[in-house]
Design a protein around this ligand. Structure first.
Ligand SMILES: CC(C)(COP(=O)(O)OP(=O)(O)OC[C@H]1O[C@@H](n2cnc3c(N)ncnc32)[C@H](O)[C@@H]1OP(=O)(O)O)[C@@H](O)C(=O)NCCC(=O)NCCS
Length: 158
């Protein structure tokens, strides 16, 4: 799909709010996760929230959860993006970009000077987003995912 074929971005800030995750978001986050990734355990989110509450963000549009992003300070100087998902009906409308930019801003506020992430080698769409945000390939990790697929490691300075 080319950029011109995609639906319009949600450009009105009143339409799309990026905010920190709150425990009451969990049912909607799990629902979105089931839709996009196939369903991880809710415990992953609650444990992540316990340790990294500042770096889990959600995107909300008209009271509905449109996407979420999980990250953490991997080292004192590096923020790691762990998980990004946008509900299929909201994909291609700028939600992933807004979530990522908000998380990178928080990493900077927390003192990080660079950010890393890993992405499936086949996930061209996510790679296009990350490249457009200044991430550059740093290496390949063979067999990284449970189904044996390799991960592309990407990094950008903050
Ligand atoms: C990958 C994903 C997070 C991107 O979020 P999104 O909200 O759809 O992306 P955005 O609308 O913010 O698009 C930002 C950029 O991504 C790329 N992109 C988005 N949709 C694309 C598509 N259909 N084809 C190719 N590139 C695309 C483009 O670079 C785009 O920038 P542009 O609009 O200026 O051309 C989202 O599609 C998703 O949740 N996919 C399934 C889960 C997933 O793959 N997560 C990432 C795991 S690492």
């Amino acid at each position: 799909m080319s950029a011109s074929d995609r639906p319009a971005r949600i450009s009105d800030p009143a339409d799309l709010i990026i905010r920190q995750f709150e425990p009451q978001d969990l049912p909607q986050v799990m629902d979105l996760d089931r839709e996009v990734f196939g369903g991880y355990s809710p415990q992953i989110f609650t444990t992540f929230y316990e340790y990294h509450p500042r770096t889990i963000l959600v995107a909300e549009s008209s009271g509905r959860l449109a996407g979420f992003i999980l990250g953490f300070k991997h080292t004192p100087l590096e923020g790691r993006v762990f998980w990004l998902a946008v509900r299929s009906t909201y994909q291609g409308r700028g939600v992933g970009r807004r979530l990522m930019l908000s998380l990178l801003k928080i990493f900077r506020q927390l003192g990080a000077v660079s950010s890393t992430l890993e992405v499936r080698i086949s996930n061209r769409k996510a790679q296009a987003l990350y490249t457009s945000l200044g991430f550059e390939p740093e290496g390949v990790c063979p067999g990284y995912y449970s189904d044996g697929e390799a991960a592309l490691i990407m990094r950008r300075r903050l």
